[in-house]
Design a protein around this ligand. Structure first.
Ligand code: 13P
Length: 249
C-alpha cells in the first residue's frame, strides 16, 4: 500500500512568532513542490503567527503537547480546543523530551490522545527507546508497551488519522542517526504492533522516523518500505536544510 509521506518539523523551544513566520514563508515553495504532507510545530505562543504565515499553503501547523482537560484550574497548560481555536490542526504527543523531563507516561499520553481526537485534531504519537533499553535487549518490549499503552481503549475507526513517530532517544539531537536497517526494523516491528490492533490501520498508519534526520540521510531513510516520513528537530529550523528534506521525500 502506498502511503503519502509526511514530513514534520518539531521546533521545540525555539523561534519567536516573527522568526517562525519568516521560516514558513521561506518554505512555502519547497513544500508546494514536495510529494509530502508538511507540518511544523512551533511553541504554542508562536502558533497564531505560524498559522497566518502558512495560510493558503500546504503547510499545516501543530502544537507540541496539550493537556487532557479542556479547561479549568490547570495553571500553565493549554488544551486541544484552544490549540484548534488558534488554527492548529496537529498535535505532537509523547515526545521523549516530555517523557524524560516532564513525567509523561503512556497513561497520560493516552488521556491526551483522547482530548486530541475529540477535537478532530491529527495526533502524532512519538515513541522510542533509550540506548540502555536497546542495549539491554528491550527494544521490542518498550515499543510495544508505548504503542499499546497510548492506544488502549480506542477503536481503529477512532485512530484513522493517527500518525506514529519512531524516535530512538539516543538519536535525538546527537548527530547519531539510526542506520536505515535499524530504522526499518523498528518501523516494521511497530507496524506489527498496530496490526495486532487492526490490520487495515496497520497498512494505513504512517510511521515517521525522527532522530538527527538531515538533508544527507533523509533520502535513504525515506526509501525504506516502512518509513513514511520524518519528524525533524534541528534541521527543521533552517530553510535550506528543511527544504532539502522535503525534496528528498
Ligand atoms: P533532531 O532532529 O534534532 O535530532 O530532533 C529529533 C526530534 O526530537 C524531533 O521530534
Amino acid at each position: 500500500m502506498s502511503r503519502k509521506p509526511f514530513i514534520a518539523g518539531n521546533w521545540k523551544l525555539n523561534l519567536t512568532g516573527d522568526e517562525g513566520s519568516a521560516l514558513i514563508t521561506s518554505l512555502i515553495a519547497a513544500a508546494a513542490s514536495s510529494r509530502a504532507e508538511v507540518a511544523v510545530f512551533p511553541t504554542a505562543l508562536a502558533v497564531p503567527a505560524a498559522v497566518k504565515a502558512a495560510a493558503g499553503s500546504i503547510i499545516r501547523v501543530g502544537v507540541q503537547n496539550v493537556h487532557w482537560e479542556e479547561k479549568g484550574a490547570f495553571t500553565g497548560e493549554i488544551s486541544a480546543s484552544l490549540a484548534k481555536a488558534a488554527g492548529a490542526t496537529h498535535v505532537l504527543l509523547g515526545h521523549s523530551e516530555r517523557r524524560q523531563y516532564f513525567g509523561e507516561t503512556d497513561q497520560t499520553v493516552n488521556k491526551r490522545l483522547k482530548a486530541v481526537l475529540a477535537q478532530g485534531l491529527v495526533p502524532i504519537l512519538a515513541i522510542g527507546e533509550t540506548l540502555a533499553e536497546r542495549d539491554g535487549g528491550k527494544l521490542e518490549e518498550v515499543l510495544s508497551r508505548q504503542v499499546k499503552g497510548a492506544l488502549e481503549g480506542f477503536t481503529a475507526a477512532q485512530l484513522s488519522t493517527l500518525v506514529l513517530a519512531y524516535e530512538p532517544v539516543w538519536a535525538i539531537g546527537t548527530g547519531r542517526t539510526a542506520t536505515t536497517a535499524q530504522a526499518q526494523e523498528a518501523h516494521a516491528f511497530v507496524r506489527g504492533v498496530v496490526r495486532g490492533i487492526d490490520g487495515g490501520l496497520a497498512e494505513r498508519v504512517r510511521i515517521q522516523y525522527g532522530g538527527s534526520v538531515k538533508a544527507d540521510n533523509a533520502k535513504e531513510l525515506l526509501s525504506q518500505p516502512d518509513v513514511d516520513g520524518a519528524l525533524v528537530g534541528g534541521a527543521s529550523l533552517k530553510t535550506a536544510d528543511f527544504a532539502a528534506i522535503l525534496a528528498a521525500a
